[in-house]
Each structure stands twice: as structure tokens, then as C-alpha cells.
Design a binder for this molecule. Structure first.
Ligand code: GUN
Ligand code: ZN
Length: 452
């Protein structure tokens, strides 16, 4: 094998990639599906993707083909709202948002003052994402700058594209989680210089939510966003009624919760707002006009008892929408489970979430929400070879039900409703298999020159 061939790999299976947001449940023009396809990968990026019959003759005999017969190969899932310091908060009993933060979350997050704890948890977090087929996440860290540094360093070693930021908090939380506005902004600036654009890592300015930041800190966050025109911004908005009442008390001169963020220059196309459940029409207009993203976190909203995201109302208002886990308020790392719960949240409001729209959201749609369209979330030449290989018959119940699924959209709906990490057969990050144990089991590795 020569040097050029060493960095080449081919993955064969059923390819599915979205071209644009589907207009409805059966919009067959919105995606490209290839029943027997090959993704050709070179130096971590997709070199070509197409029918095996066309690509096979072009492959040198030395190229390894990983044949995932009958599996669906999609772009790796994208999770646009998750908390990496909450892997030991997930599944904490019996509290709604403000009590849940005090009683469980702030307790666990203080442990990230210890760099060794942060490093261990960063590895666990990235392992768990890969096990669930998620290849990029927009992640909250704690207020300790070493927590963001630990996540970036671990992701960089894996060549995984993560977007993260240290939480800006200077009030209304335990002292161990607070940093004065000036210190926290200086830490953020240092992290941006060190990590934003290092390999695949990117930075997000992260004021946790209005309750835990002073005016001074929110203003500095807005200035930072302005200073670095390619960094993102993430925060929480209108998740819970008591939270909203507290924001009203803390910011009496602002017309609404959204207006607080608007006043500090935090709205815009690079800004993602978790939850957006209890918003008035004027707030929707602020989000729409600024091209901000509302992030729907169904398992979290149900688990913490926050309320129901009104997808139809926000989409109807022209607001960009993404779909996320919000672990550890959320109860699953799986974007399949998250899509299934989104479906149920919509059902109880008389709405539907077609499978095509759900799968577009968790791949291309979420990538676009992060400003990464074309880079990730798609199986097209030039994109990173971040892929998930899904076994649609991973469990007896799935196999049994799949036997009567009539077409691709029916199959996808069964996959999102019954599937989870058990359906993830392999995850590729920049072309490399991330699940080593599963690679050992793989019975179907062959060479282009041999029989497949
Ligand atoms: N609002 C402020 N912090 C958090 C958090 O960690 N999780 C959730 N769900 N909401 C928040
Ligand atoms: Zn959150």
C-alpha cells in the first residue's frame, strides 16, 4: 500500500443523507438514498459517495472496504445542547428546574474544579456520545476554565469536532461555581485563542442563563461575541415558570426574558437558546428577526417537568429550530430517543413529527443550526467523514416490527421510535471507527480486489 492509499477507506451500506429540510412526511426530494452505496474517505473527509456499482471499479485493490450489509449509514448525529459536567446528574429525582440546579447540578459541577475529574469526565462524555452515534455536540462546561480545556483537549486527540464554552456565572449559585465578570471573560478569551479553530474545535460564549449573570457579565458576553465573529453563543431561555418570574425580578426594566438577552447583544444567527417553552409573541419576533435558534430538548422538558415545546408555533413564526438531548436534565444521550420523545411532545399537542423531518433535524438541520452546513451532517464530498452506522434490526422488537415496514420512511419511524444506542453498529469520526470493540466483531471487512 502506498502513502496515498494508507489514508483511504471505503464504507459500504445503505446511504441516507438530507439535502434540505423536508417539506412534509413524504418529501422524497429532500434526501439522497442509495440502497447499495459506498462512502470513499480520504484524510478524514468524504472524497466521494455514490452507488457501489459506480465506485467499486475506481477503488484500488489495496483499499479496505468495511461492508455494513443491510445497515443504514447516516451522517453522525449532532447534539446542539448538552452539558458535559452532568454525566453524574442525569436521572436525579423529584425536582423542577431551580431546585434541581441547587440540589444536584451545582453540587456535581463544583467537582470540575479538579482537573483530573474534568479530564476523566470529558473522556466518558466523548465515549458516550460516540456510543450513541453523536459526532458533534455544542456543550456547556462549568465555570472552571480547566473544564472546557479538558473537553477540548480530549476531543482534539480524537479529531472530533466539539463546540464548547466555560459557563459564565457570577451570582445566584454556590461560590465554587462563580467567577467575577472580568475573570470569566478573560478566561473565555484565553480559551477562544487557544481552542477556537484548533483542529476541529470551536468556541461558544456561554452565559449559563440570565439568573446567574450580572448585567456586567451579560454585557461582557455580548462584547465578546462581537469581538469574535465566528464563535457561537449558547444559553437557556424560558424553560420554567419560576425561572421566568425570577428573571422578571432581577431585570425589572426589561419587557421579557428574551428582551434581557437582546439588550446585551446576545441574539443573532450564531446564538442557540435552549428550551424556549414559555414565550410571548413579541419574544418570538425577537428570535425570528435575529435569526436565533430555539433548541427543543424534549426528554429534559418532560423529565424536569418544564412544559411542552410548541414546535408548530415556533416554526410557524419562522424561527430556526434545533433538537437536542440536554443531558443531564435530559434522560438519554441518544438522538434517536430524543427524536422519539419529540414526537410524543408534539403528539400531545395535536402535532406530528414525520420521521424524515426528525432525521433531517438530528443530522443536517442541527449542523446548519451550528453554522456547520456542508462540514458535518451530510454525506457529500468535502464534508468530514463523521458517520453513524445503524442496525435497524438491533433488537428482537425492532426486527419483528421492521418485517412489516413498507418503505424507507416507515423504517425510519420504527428506528427512531424503538432505537437507541443498541442500534449503533459503528460511529466514524473523521473517517476513523470510534467504537473499537464493535470493529473487532465486524465480520465483513474485505478488500476492493476480493469478493464482498
Ligand atoms: N438552566 C440553567 N442551567 C441549566 C441546566 O444546567 N440545565 C437546564 N435544563 N436548564 C438550565
Ligand atoms: Zn441545558
Amino acid at each position: 500500500m502506498n502513502e496515498a492509499e494508507r489514508n483511504v477507506r471505503a464504507i459500504r451500506g445503505r446511504l441516507l443523507s438530507f439535502l434540505r429540510a423536508p417539506h412534509g412526511a413524504g418529501d422524497a426530494q429532500s434526501y439522497r438514498y442509495i440502497e447499495d452505496g459506498i462512502v470513499l474517505i480520504k484524510d478524514g473527509r468524504i472524497e466521494a459517495a455514490g452507488p457501489a456499482a459506480e465506485l467499486m471499479p475506481r477503488l484500488s485493490a489495496a483499499v479496505t472496504i468495511e461492508h455494513h450489509a443491510d445497515a443504514l449509514i447516516l451522517p453522525g448525529f449532532v447534539d446542539p445542547h448538552i452539558h458535559y459536567p452532568q454525566t453524574q446528574v442525569i436521572a436525579s429525582y423529584g425536582a423542577q428546574l431551580l431546585e434541581w440546579l441547587e440540589k444536584y447540578t451545582f453540587v456535581e459541577e463544583q467537582k470540575f474544579a479538579d482537573p483530573a475529574h474534568a479530564a476523566r469526565n470529558a473522556e466518558f462524555f466523548l465515549d458516550e456520545l460516540a456510543r450513541n452515534g453523536t459526532t458533534t455536540a455544542l456543550a456547556y462546561c462549568t465555570a472552571h476554565p480547566n473544564s472546557a480545556a479538558a473537553l477540548f483537549a480530549a476531543a482534539h486527540r480524537r479529531n472530533a469536532g466539539m463546540i464548547a464554552g466555560n459557563s459564565l456565572m457570577d451570582r445566584n449559585a454556590p461560590p465554587g461555581l462563580l467567577a467575577p465578570a472580568a475573570t470569566a471573560i478573560a478566561d473565555s478569551r484565553d480559551l477562544i485563542r487557544r481552542w477556537h479553530g484548533t483542529g476541529r474545535q470551536r468556541y461558544a460564549v456561554t452565559p449559563r442563563f440570565a439568573i446567574t449573570s450580572s448585567d456586567e457579565q451579560l454585557a461582557a458576553a455580548g462584547a465578546l461575541l462581537n469581538e469574535f465573529p465566528t464563535v457561537l453563543m449558547q444559553t437557556h431561555l424560558a424553560e420554567n415558570r419560576d425561572e421566568i418570574d425570577t428573571v422578571k425580578r432581577l431585570f425589572p426594566r426589561d419587557a421579557s426574558y428574551t428582551a434581557v438577552y437582546a439588550r446585551f447583544g446576545l441574539l443573532g444567527p450564531r446564538s442557540l437558546f435552549g428550551h424556549c417553552i414559555h414565550l410571548d409573541d413579541a419574544e418570538l419576533a425577537l428570535l425570528r428577526d435575529s435569526r436565533s435558534v430555539a433548541v427543543f430538548c424534549p426528554t429534559s422538558n418532560l423529565f424536569i417537568g418544564s412544559g411542552l415545546f410548541d414546535y408548530k408555533r415556533l416554526a410557524g413564526a419562522g424561527i430556526r429550530i434545533a433538537l437536542a438531548t440536554d443531558v443531564g436534565g435530559g434522560t438519554s444521550y441518544s438522538m434517536l430517543r430524543t427524536a422519539a420523545e419529540a414526537y410524543k411532545v408534539m403528539q400531545v399537542q395535536g402535532q406530528n413529527l414525520p420521521a424524515l423531518i426528525a432525521f433531517d433535524l438530528i443530522t443536517r438541520g442541527n449542523a446548519a443550526a451550528l453554522g456547520l452546513a456542508g462540514e458535518i451532517g451530510t454525506i457529500t464530498p468535502g464534508a468530514f467523514a463523521d458517520l453513524v452506522v445503524l442496525d435497524v434490526r438491533a433488537t428482537p422488537a425492532m426486527a419483528h416490527r421492521m418485517a412489516v415496514a413498507r418503505d424507507l420512511k416507515a423504517e425510519l419511524f420504527v428506528l427512531m421510535t424503538l432505537g437507541d444506542d443498541r442500534a449503533v453498529r459503528q460511529t466514524y469520526i473523521a473517517g476513523e471507527p470510534a467504537l473499537r470493540a464493535k470493529l473487532q466483531d465486524d465480520r465483513a471487512i474485505s478488500r476492493a480486489g476480493g469478493s464482498t
